[in-house]
Design a protein around this ligand. Structure first.
Ligand code: AMP
Length: 878
């Protein structure tokens, strides 16, 4: 097949035209510059490149006088395998050129890049009738090199190839080379290799090069995990999930994952490895902690210096040893300083009353420095999970707010600059019982004296009441002192017991390991109860089934039907309710999960949180009874009433949801599934957050999709960090709130329309955000974008969102500026560059980019002349 005698490249270029057009133009192709195109991207693996084969290519032509190889060499005397055919003057051409067998190396989708020139038929005198301007490419799969003799009709056609540019005699004169490049892909391939065939039916072609390759995602280290070279999938839209392996000295609970796209790009990293204890991350590797430094667990971000009075001389230390005479308790974390023990050995009880116990103790013998304060921990005997800690600067305290006739355990420890000493041993004291004897003792006192006492008490109470207004006012002043003298128990009704506490004392309550801040209730996870039934009955009232009348079915929940009906409690007016039922044949887990929602809902009391009336657990069906919301779920309601509300009404709905969410986040509850479908709306357009649950919270949401980590997540509503590594926080709820804002303003439009979940993840990760809904006030869209900041700490908090919306409601004209219609890109995501990201060099450039260039002057006049100044603008100052 090789041409007769190779000509040197330079000589080749010198050849001049002859009777046949072929020799002349093939000369033009021998351009050394082509060699510079040889480098292929790192995600392409070449299976065959005709330009780099030094010896015989071994291709065959049928008939033999059809395709012919021109044996040219380049300036380095390397052969250039070019095949040509130009039977444009002859009828019925059918010239085949077959490659040798090409192994696909395990790839199931391959690409074929053809470089060729094609002569313009118009420029061929006399050839017009028979001349063609296309050729065909075929393939035939086979497991070995024996399949070459198969018949033409067994080849499968890949495509007909036409030239983008054909050339004429004129171009030849100018030595202009019009080289065409076409790429086709084939897949899925099922055998080990294949042949390619090129069929000419009467064109004037030179096939300059054929490159066959497949794509792979090249091996990469991401999040301390090594992802191997991965051949892309057979399908052009397929994402392959690939597990990474942790690099040296790193560990993980669950292997991280990434997705290899058909284009050979790594997408959507999920999860990460962490440097194990004693190692820290530097430049994508785990490096050992130096002597004097330690890292206690994989979760700690970096090696830390040994805490005071501790040391390590070893590398890779996971903790530091205490210096001589210094100690750390076993239960203390390794980050804690070592201290000399100063335990308080003697605690004495003083005055004991029915609600209080006075204690005193001695300063430790060797306090190891100045004692800064004492910590007094106490709890009711056998109820250690619910304890209180008070801090005091003195060596005595009166602990009040205790139950009468109850035994309490006390432990005290001191704190110095070196840290805490150990707790003292447990001291057990009992409050006195409620005394009925007092009245019998008093029976000896003349009745008149009792009357006077009662009179004084009443007078004091009345004066106190008149002067201070409310008993729960902390500024009770002398009136409250008077009340205290006259009627001591009033102090306790005056809310939190601080009234009688030393101002130097601080009191913190703990329940099952959660800090209970004074005045702020904290959500208690029903999981922390060993017996879930106990949690239900602690937080939900039991209702007798006979008090409930079910009227009609209004919806379907995961556990059974949702009905509307009426509740008539003894001594109360009948009122409408919603009733969720647990379907018959439930498992114990289903019952637990179903009632779990009530255990959570029952802890909340807020006008924008769905209110729990109670539960029916003692008879069947098991039911959860809540207030009735006439307009049902918000997404359906908005879709039904598209365009029917004023902007203020929509902002009012959003304000309600934000207020409910503020309450939840203050309680320490993270919703995880905030979406318009989980908001209920009543006949007064009051929106209430609903759908609370335990593990099942996302299981019953049809929007929830399984992530690669196995969890189910409503992708479109969920913050990227929650999708990627399950970091669900109130800040991720804020992200979801931004999506709810978008749903509300667009009257129930589906976020990201019909995009697939994978595309949504990718787009959001790449910085794209939903565009403004139609007719959306600019201030609302800005708030949405703030909620969708990638950095969760930069998102507004729910209290800021509430005050921002309140400001807009108070000043409705602020809602008149709509997002510029021309900058609103309908149904397209917009690239979102957060402020201060350094993406813009000037305020003007940034404003131009967001189509707000006309405000540049106003920004300058108000002193916002740099991006830093703009970045300082908080929601509050908006
Ligand atoms: P859920 O199982 O909570 O998602 O409820 C299923 C459906 O029942 C909801 O989408 C609402 O349409 C309806 N629904 C649930 N709770 C109430 C309620 N308190 N008032 C009115 N409709 C409700």
């Amino acid at each position: 097949m090789r041409g007769s005698g190779a000509r040197a490249g330079a000589a080749g270029l010198g050849c001049s035209g002859g009777g046949s057009p072929a020799p002349l133009w093939t000369c033009l192709l021998l351009c050394g510059a082509l060699r510079s195109l040889l480098a292929s991207p790192s995600n392409e693996v070449t299976l065959l490149d005709s330009r780099t084969v030094l010896g015989d290519l071994g291709w065959r032509a049928y008939p033999k006088n059809g395709w012919e190889e021109i044996g040219e060499v380049d300036e380095n005397y390397a052969p250039i395998h070019t095949y040509q055919v130009c039977k444009v003057m002859e009828q019925n051409q059918n010239n085949w050129l077959l490659t040798s067998w090409i192994s696909n190396e395990g790839a199931s989708r391959i690409f074929i890049e053809l470089k060729f020139t094609l002569r313009d038929c118009n420029s061929l005198p006399g050839g017009l009738g028979t001349c063609k301007e296309t050729f065909n490419v075929y393939y035939f799969e086979s497991d070995d090199a024996d399949g070459r003799n198969v018949k033409e009709n067994q080849y499968i056609k890949i495509d007909t190839i036409a030239a983008d540019e054909s050339f004429t005699e004129l171009d030849l004169g100018d030595r202009v080379m019009k080289l065409n490049t076409e790429v086709r892909d084939v897949g899925p391939l099922t055998k080990k290799g294949f042949y390619l065939a090129f069929q000419d039916v009467g064109a004037c072609i030179a096939l300059v090069s054929v490159r066959v390759y497949y794509k792979k995602c090249p091996s990469v280290i991401r999040n301390l995990a090594l992802f191997p070279d991965t051949i892309t999938g057979a399908d052009s839209s397929q994402l392959l999930e690939v597990s990474g392996s942790c690099v040296n000295h790193s560990v993980t609970d669950e292997p991280p994952k990434m997705h290899c796209s058909a284009e050979g790009e790594w997408l959507v990293p999920i999860g990460k490895c962490m440097c194990k204890a004693g190692y820290e991350e530097k430049n994508s590797t785990c490096q050992v902690c130096r002597p004097g430094f330690f890292k206690a667990s994989p979760q700690s971000p970096s090696c830390s210096k040994c805490p005071p009075h501790s040391y390590t001389h070893e590398e890779a230390s996971t903790s530091c040893l205490c210096e001589e005479h210094y100690f750390r308790r076993e239960s203390d974390p390794p980050t804690m300083a070592c201290t000399t023990p100063s335990p308080i050995s003697i605690v004495k009880k003083g005055k004991i009353a029915k609600n209080s116990i006075s204690l005193s103790w001695q300063e430790p013998d060797r306090p190891n420095g100045i004692i800064l304060e004492y910590e007094i921990k106490y709890f009711e005997k056998d109820q250690e999970t619910s304890y209180t800690i008070i801090k005091s600067k003195e060596t005595k305290i009166t602990v009040d707010g205790l139950k009468p006739a109850s035994t309490y355990i006390f432990q005290i420890r001191a704190r110095t600059a070196a840290g805490y000493g150990g707790f003292s041993r447990r001291f057990e004291f009992e409050t006195s019982p409620v005394s009925v004897a007092a009245s019998s003792d008093q029976s000896q006192i003349p009745i008149i004296a009792v009357s006077v006492t009662v009179g004084v008490i009443l007078l004091a109470v009345v004066i106190g009441f008149l002067l201070s207004g409310s008993c729960c006012d902390h500024g009770c002043g002398w009136a409250s002192s008077l009340r205290a003298v006259a009627y001591p128990s009033l102090i306790w009704r005056c809310g939190y017991s601080k009234a009688k506490q030393d101002p130097e004392e601080e009191k913190m309550h703990f329940h099952n390991g959660h800090i209970k801040l004074p005045g702020v209730r904290t959500y208690i996870d029903p999981h922390t109860y060993e017996d879930p039934n106990q949690a239900v009955h602690e937080f939900a009232k039991e209702i007798e089934a006979s008090c409930i009348t079910i009227e009609r079915v209004i919806g379907a929940g995961e556990f059974g039907e949702v009905c509307s009906g009426r509740l008539k409690l003894p001594g109360k007016r009948e009122f409408p309710v919603a009733i969720k039922t647990l379907k018959v044949g439930y498992t114990e887990k289903q019952r637990r999960d179903f009632l779990g929602e009530a255990s959570i809902m029952g802890q909340f009391d807020h006008p924008n949180i769905i209110h729990l009336e109670g539960v029916v657990t003692k008879s069947k069906p098991v039911m959860i009874v809540t207030e009735y919301m006439e307009n049902g779920s918000l997404d359906t309601f908005l879709k039904k009433n598209d365009g029917q509300f004023t902007v203020i009404q929509l902002v009012g709905m959003l304000r309600g949801i934000a207020s409910g969410m503020k309450y939840l986040s203050d309680m320490g509850y993270v919703h995880r599934d905030l979406a318009a479908r989980n908001i209920l709306i009543n006949s007064n357009l009051v929106c209430k957050v609903s759908d609370f649950g335990l593990s099942r919270v996302l299981e019953d949401d049809p929007e929830a999709a399984y992530t690669t980590r196995g969890g189910k997540i409503p992708i479109r509503w969920t913050a990227p960090e929650a999708i990627a590594f399950r970091k669900f926080t109130s800040a991720s709820d804020v992200w979801s709130y931004g999506i709810v804002m978008w749903e509300v303003v667009s009257y129930g439009e589906r976020p990201y329309w019909e995009m697939t979940n994978q595309d949504v993840i990718k787009a959001v990760e790449e910085g794209y955000r939903l565009p403004s809904p139609m007719d959306c006030p600019a201030a609302l869209y800005q708030l949405m974008l703030d909620c969708w900041q990638k950095d969760r700490n930069s998102r507004p908090k729910f209290d800021e969102i509430v005050s921002m919306l309140d400001k807009l409601i108070r000043n409705p004209s602020s809602l008149k500026t709509l997002v510029n219609a021309s900058s609103r890109v309908s149904n397209l995501l917009v690239e979102h560059s957060p402020l201060g990201s350094g993406a813009y060099r000037s305020v003007g450039e940034w404003l131009e980019a967001i189509k707000m260039g006309r405000y540049t002057e106003i920004f300058m006049e108000n002193g916002y002349s740099t991006m830093d100044a703009v970045a300082q603008v908080t929601l509050e100052s908006c």
